[in-house]
Design a protein around this ligand. Structure first.
Ligand code: SF4
Ligand code: SF4
Length: 105
């Protein structure tokens, strides 16, 4: 992987890739996914014990009454371009971003 990233005018730009979302702190507000143009994340439903029930693709999905809350999950990490937009709108600061020149794999 390259360590050299540039903006259109040739300035150095280091992407900050989304690598993790704290499932305990996340409130599932959906702000991050709304600003992401890359389909990196998906809202999932969890039950009372924190077990993932499945993707929340419909607003009325309650997983047969098992739904306790929703959390954001990274399901296509490789699509992230490291723009940082999701971090700026997260009210819980529960995301981890890693600079492109520091990321492994
Ligand atoms: S850093 Fe940008 S591309 Fe990556 S998940 Fe956040 S909003 Fe999407
Ligand atoms: S903006 Fe933050 S709190 Fe809201 S769903 Fe995304 S990661 Fe969770």
């Amino acid at each position: 992987m390259t360590n050299h990233f540039f903006t259109r005018d040739g300035s150095t730009w280091i992407p900050q890739y989304l690598t993790a979302i704290d499932a305990v702190t996340c409130i599932g507000c959906g702000r991050c996914v709304k600003v992401c143009s890359r389909e990196v994340m998906h809202l999932y439903g969890v039950d009372e014990s924190g077990e993932i029930l499945g993707a929340c693709d419909g607003e009325d999905e309650d997983f047969d009454g098992e739904l306790s809350r929703t959390i954001m999950v990274i399901d296509q990490a490789g699509r992230c371009i490291g723009c940082g937009a999701c971090a700026r709108v997260c009210p819980k600061k529960c995301q981890t971003h890693v600079a492109a020149d520091k990321i492994i794999g």
